[in-house]
Ligand binder design. Structure first.
Ligand SMILES: [Zn+2]
Length: 181
């Protein structure tokens, strides 16, 4: 196990991740895969949030938000992907992985990320209403917890946030149309 120094989220830059198990492709490349997952959620009328977990230059698990479909409050993209990755690896420890997600994780998902010992997460846009990686809370770097998570926020931020805003605009329009008919 490496004993790498954890830095605060605001000071993380892509170049500071060069000693992390960063896959050879760019963060943008993997975030586009997470955005594709979010598209699968949107196609099911779910809030479009998508996640991929990468290890050794390969996606080992994917997930997209399925809260409505499964009527599961824990049906978040990250949690689904983390469970799949752990099953695939036969271990709850997801060391040497990078988790890419289109939206800043919530408290539940940050909890799972910490429990899975995921070293690095990359996310698209901040979630000021529920984010636990810098918005409402910062669980990535709490000295009371026994694991720190390196953060790289705002990767393809515009695409990720537009996906969400387009979804909610369309949802409001559908509700308006339903009231008119
Ligand atoms: Zn979550």
């Amino acid at each position: 196990m490496t004993s790498k120094k954890i830095k605060g989220a605001s000071r993380i830059s892509p170049s500071s991740l060069t000693h992390s198990p960063t896959p050879p492709r760019s963060h943008e490349y993997w975030m586009r895969r997470a955005i594709a997952e979010a598209g699968k959620a949107a196609a099911k009328n779910e809030v479009p949030i998508g996640c991929v977990i990468v290890q050794g230059g390969k996606i080992i698990a994917r997930g997209h938000n399925l809260r409505e479909t499964s009527q599961d409050p824990a049906g978040h993209a990250e949690l689904i992907a983390i469970r799949k990755a752990a099953r695939k690896r036969g271990s709850w420890r997801l060391l040497e992985t990078v988790l890419y997600v289109t939206l800043e994780p919530c408290t539940m998902c940050m909890g799972a990320i910490i429990l899975a010992r995921i070293p690095t997460i990359v996310f698209g846009c901040y979630d000021p209403k529920g984010g636990a990686a810098g918005s409402l809370f910062d669980l990535s770097n709490d000295p009371r917890l026994n694991h720190r998570v390196e953060l790289l926020p705002r990767v393809l931020e515009t695409e990720c946030s537009h996906m969400l805003s387009d979804f909610f605009t369309a949802l409001r329009e559908r509700k308006r149309q339903a009231r008119l008919t």
